[in-house]
Write a protein that binds this ligand. Structure first.
Ligand code: GAR
Length: 191
């Protein structure tokens, strides 16, 4: 089977991107996916440094001050230089415009650190912590034009019993995210 060619989109730290890169190098995605590009909408995105250190191609277009459609047009233009099977959003904090979603219909995936039917947008771990949830969910879903509204691919539960701080919630959640995102992509790419 041909490896799926993927671009990973980030806006900041990039720990999910790092986990996916590692799993492509020597984990469950090894024979299934190849990272063609790591893209950020901010030059300050810390994850870009890691991606470069791994010899990966990185690109950045600053979204600040640009209208959504204008920015996305630039990104679509950039992506036309690549043959991509999937776009993997990993902490990419932007809603995608209709032209973008339509250009890659059914091939854009996101991870959201909550059950998307209960919480959308930013601060999902804060939401779980403040509501004292005994468990929360991580959702991997297809991306549509809405904010965290696309069809759910898979969800994983995070046990929050006994957490004492928001940092505890994030730590437990991210540990699940880093395994679960690649495991879900593996199933998708194998199908
Ligand atoms: C992750 O927790 C990811 O699930 C979340 O942002 C964090 C990014 O961390 N995404 C969203 O909230 C999307 N609505 P990372 O840059 O270290 O992967």
């Amino acid at each position: 089977m041909m490896k799926k060619k993927i671009a990973i989109f980030i806006s900041g730290r990039g720990s999910n991107m790092q986990a996916i890169v590692e799993q492509c190098q020597r984990g469950p995605l090894k024979d299934l996916a190849q990272v063609e590009l790591v893209f950020a909408n901010k030059a300050s995105a810390a994850g870009l440094e890691y991606a470069k250190s791994q010899g990966l191609e990185t690109r950045c277009i600053n979204s600040k001050g640009l209208k959504r459609l204008d920015f996305d047009a630039k990104v679509i233009d950039l992506l036309s230089n690549y043959e991509l099977d999937f776009i993997i959003l990993a902490g990419y904090m932007r809603v995608l415009s209709s032209p973008f979603v339509q250009a890659y219909q059914g091939r854009i995936i996101n991870i959201h650190p909550a059950d998307t039917s209960l919480h959308q947008g930013l601060h999902a771990y804060e939401w779980a912590y403040e509501n004292q949830l005994a468990a929360t969910k991580i959702t991997v879903h297809f991306v549509d034009e809405g904010m965290d509204t696309g069809a759910v691919i898979a969800q994983a539960s995070v046990d929050l019993k006994g957490v004492e701080s928001l940092q505890d919630v994030e730590k437990r959640g991210l540990a699940v995210e880093h395994q679960f995102y690649s495991a879900t992509l593996k199933s998708l790419f194998e199908a």
